[in-house]
Design a protein around this ligand. Sequence first.
Ligand SMILES: [Zn+2]
Length: 382
Amino acid sequence: MIYCDDCGVVPVPEQDLPVCLPRDVVLDGSQSPLVAHPTFSHVNCPLCGKAARRETDTFDTFMESSWYYAKFTCKDSVAMLDERANYWLPVDHYIGGIEHAILHLLYARFYNKLMRDEGLLTCSEPFSHLLTQGMVLKDGSKMSKSKGNTVDPQGLIDQYGADTVRLFVMFAAPPEQSLEWSDSGVEGAHRFLRRLWRQVYLHVNSGSVPALDKASLSSEQKAVRRQLHHTLQKVSHDMGVRFIFNTAIAANMELINTLSKFTDDSDNGKAIRQEALTFIVLMLAPIVPHICEQLWRELGHTTSVSLEAWPEHDASALSQDELEFIVQVNGKLRSKISAGAGASNTELEALALSDEHVQKHIEGHTIKKVIVVPKKLINIVV
Ligand SMILES: [Zn+2]
């Protein structure tokens, strides 16, 4: 388009297209190189021939935000893109605010397909996964600079440390939902980190840690390990697959609760506490990296926790080998029995019928039927 003082906005005549951009531009990072160019914008009006001005805004702002993710792979390349783009793209996980989700993503996909058709890329979609994060609310309304209701986290970071503020933000809501800012929530996050700190220090000051002997675990020890490995399994799924962090943090809080009640000082007890605290530190390190780095070293490691692989759960710890069954006679609770998790209904019936408390209630009666509710109860009808 050409701007003429007399004729207004005049299109460039078709025979003059395309308008080629100058190559002798100066990119100083602040002024538009087309505005700064000495001759590009000076043209004659196609209608009246008087001096006129050429449009210099050739790209919409959406143009650049539509392909920056590709240029980031090869920013030093003179060509638009090079083979590094195919190595890195598509983007594994794209995170952005919901307010940008519609137009920007539409244009980014369009531009990606254009670059594919031009042979610059091979992938058809720019992003494999998308997470649109929620807003931060204060007293129910969106926190924003224009409303002046923002909370500067710096004061809280000074008071509690960055880990506490990170934990609070991650724990307050799933990432795609809005979160309500709460000073008392920050306090709660801080209390939890102090509990974790105390648990690790009490443990490392309780002497050397023997190796775990899985063959001689008590039922309480098995239960703690079951919760530990179940937590690890859940957290791996929540963080690695679902991208939900608040439930992963809650599961670790429950595990810390269990550990604070687990006062077993036997060799296996200590070994289980070492195993549990090690996994808790590994699970929480992506969320509260500073405290976990310190605790990792306290637990006897010399390398950074950030270099550790994600831990794998022990499937054998998850199996429940003994189950407790309620035994009823005509619907009334008469006894409780323990049985192996793999016991058949026939075995369960026999165990229930031979129980001494049950025998008192069935003696002299005819047994009509025995109902087994898996993993729960056995009802004897007489
Ligand atoms: Zn004119």
